[in-house]
Design a protein around this ligand. Structure first.
Ligand code: ADP
Ligand code: MG
Length: 391
C-alpha cells in the first residue's frame, strides 16, 4: 500500500517539504534538459492548489558535502518558474537553519527551492541531526524523488523519522508502473548500457534470472568485452566490476541470455578518427564509443519478440553527435513496440535524455524518473527512501 499525498488531509497553510529530483544537466548556467522539472510539476501543482507552502529540496550533481558554486540550484529555480508558469523563490541557503527565517514568511500557495542538499555533509551521511534540522522547516514530508530512493541519504531516509511522510504523485505512478515489470509478461527483454558499471552489475545478476534476453551496450558492454579477454584500449570500463561479471556469467543460461555488441564504433583518443570494427579489432589508443549498425539490427530482432521491455543506459557516448546513433535507434525501437505490442519502460537520467531527442517519449508506456533506483527496485533491493511510505 502506498501512502499517497492524496491521503493527506488539511494541507492548507501547512509547510510541506517536497523532496524532488531536480538534478538537471547544466551548461554555462543553463538547464540543458528539463524533463526532471516537468516530472515534478504534478506534485507541486497539487500541493499549491491545496494551499500548502511548498519547500522544494533537491540535490544537483556530485557535490560532496561542501559548497560548489557550479552546482548551485539557482539556474534550476529559474527554469522551474518557466515550467510551472508560477513564481519560484530560490533560497540561496543550503543549511536548513539559515533558510528558516525566509520560510517563516511564506504565504499559502507559495513555493521556494532551497540550495543543493549535497552541500551539506549530513545529507550523504544520512545524519540524524541534519535530517532533524531539515524536518524542523516543515509540517509534512513528501518524497517525489524515486531516483534517489535507493540511497541511504538524509533527505529521503532519516527525514522520515521526524515528519509524517507521503509519496508524491510521480513516485506513486512510478511504483505502479514498475510493479508491472516485477511480474513481466514473457518474453522479457532488458536493454542495458551507460556508465555506472559498479552499481549496475550487481543488479544485472539479480535481474538476469527473470529475463529472456539481456542486450548490453555502452561502457557497461565495454567492461564485459574486456572481461572476456578482448583489448578495449582507451575505452571507458570499470575494473572493479570484474568479480561481479564472473558471477553474472555463472548464472543459469547466462551465455544464451546475454547479447553483446557484434560491431562497434571506435575513435582514436588522439586524432578523433573513427572506425567501424568487430569487438576483437580495437587498436591501441582507441576507445569504443557506440554500438554499430549490425548490433542495432541484432538487438532489434530481440526487441521485436518482446512482450515486456525495459531499457536503462545509453549505448554510447551519445552527448557527441557521432556516437549517438546506437542510442537513438534503440530509443526508436523501444518506443515503436511500446503501448500495445509490448509493455515498455525506459529509465535513467541520460537514457531519458536520449529518448527525448527522438521526441518519442509519449510512445513509451512509462518513462521512469530513475535509472539505478529503477534497477534496484526491480532487483528487490532495500529502498531506504520508500520505507514508511510503502507498506
Ligand atoms: P543513466 O543515467 O541513463 O542510468 P548512466 O549514468 O549509467 O546512464 O550512463 C550515462 C553515461 O554513459 C552517458 O553520459 C554516456 O556518455 C556514457 N557512456 C555510455 N557509453 C559510453 C562509452 N562507450 N564510452 C564513454 N561513455 C559512455
Ligand atoms: Mg546517469
Amino acid at each position: 500500500m502506498i501512502n499517497s499525498i492524496k491521503k493527506a488531509k488539511g494541507l492548507k497553510g501547512k509547510r510541506v517539504l517536497l523532496r524532488l529530483d531536480l538534478n538537471a544537466p547544466l551548461k554555462a548556467g543553463k538547464v540543458l534538459d528539463d524533463h526532471r522539472l516537468v516530472i515534478a510539476k504534478e506534485s507541486i501543482n497539487y500541493l499549491l492548489k491545496k494551499g500548502a507552502k511548498v519547500i522544494a529540496i533537491s540535490h544537483l550533481g556530485k557535490a560532496k558535502g561542501s559548497v560548489d558554486k557550479d552546482l548551485s540550484l539557482k539556474p534550476v529555480a529559474n527554469r522551474l518558474k518557466i515550467v510551472l508558469k508560477h513564481p519560484v523563490k530560490f533560497i540561496a541557503e543550503h543549511q536548513p537553519e539559515k533558510a528558516l527565517l525566509k520560510i517563516e514568511k511564506m504565504k499559502n500557495g507559495e513555493i521556494v527551492l532551497l540550495e543543493n542538499l549535497r552541500f551539506n555533509p549530513g545529507e550523504l551521511e544520512n545524519d540524524s541531526q541534519f535530517a532533524k534540522n531539515l524536518a524542523s522547516l516543515a509540517d509534512v514530508y513528501v518524497n517525489d524523488a524515486f531516483s534517489v530512493s535507493h540511497r541511504k541519504q538524509a533527505s529521503v531516509a532519516a527525514i522520515k523519522r521526524y515528519l509524517d511522510s507521503y509519496a508524491g504523485l510521480f513516485l506513486e505512478k512510478e511504483l505502479k508502473a514498475l510493479d508491472r515489470i516485477l511480474k513481466p509478461k514473457k518474453p522479457f527483454v532488458i536493454i542495458m548500457g551507460g556508465a555506472k558499471v559498479k552499481t549496475k552489475a550487481p543488479l544485472i545478476k539479480k535481474l538476469l534470472p527473470k529475463a529472456d534476453q539481456l542486450l548490453l551496450g555502452g561502457a557497461l558492454a565495454n567492461t564485459f568485452i574486456k572481461e572476456l579477454g578482448y583489448e578495449v584500449a582507451k575505452s571507458l570500463c570499470d575494473s572493479d566490476a570484474k568479480e561481479m561479471i564472473k558471477k553474472i556469467f555463472k548464472t543459469k543460461r547466462a551465455e544464451d541470455k546475454i547479447i553483446l555488441p557484434i560491431d562497434l564504433v571506435v575513435a582514436s583518443t588522439r586524432t578523433g578518427k573513427t572506425r567501424l570494427i568487430r569487438p576483437d579489432e580495437v587498436k591501441k589508443g582507441e576507445a569504443i564509443l557506440d554500438i554499430g549498425p549490425e548490433t542495432i539490427t541484432l538487438f532489434s530482432k530481440y526487441i521485436r519478440k518482446a512482450s515486456t521491455l525495459i531499457w536503462n543506459g545509453p549505448m554510447g557516448k551519445f552527448e557527441e553527435e557521432h556516437f549517438r546513433q546506437g542510442s537513438l535507434s534503440l530509443a526508436r525501437l523501444v518506443a515503436a513496440r511500446s503501448k500495445g505490442i509490448a509493455y515498455g519502460v525506459v529509465g535513467g537520467g541520460e537514457t531519458v535524455s536520449v529518448l527525448n531527442m527522438t521526441k518519442m517519449q509519449d510512445y513509451v508506456d512509462f518513462v521512469s524518473g530513475g535509472g539505478g533506483a529503477m534497477l534496484a527496485y526491480l532487483g528487490g533491493e532495500k529502498m531506504p527512501g520508500l520505507d514508511k511510505i510503502v507498506k
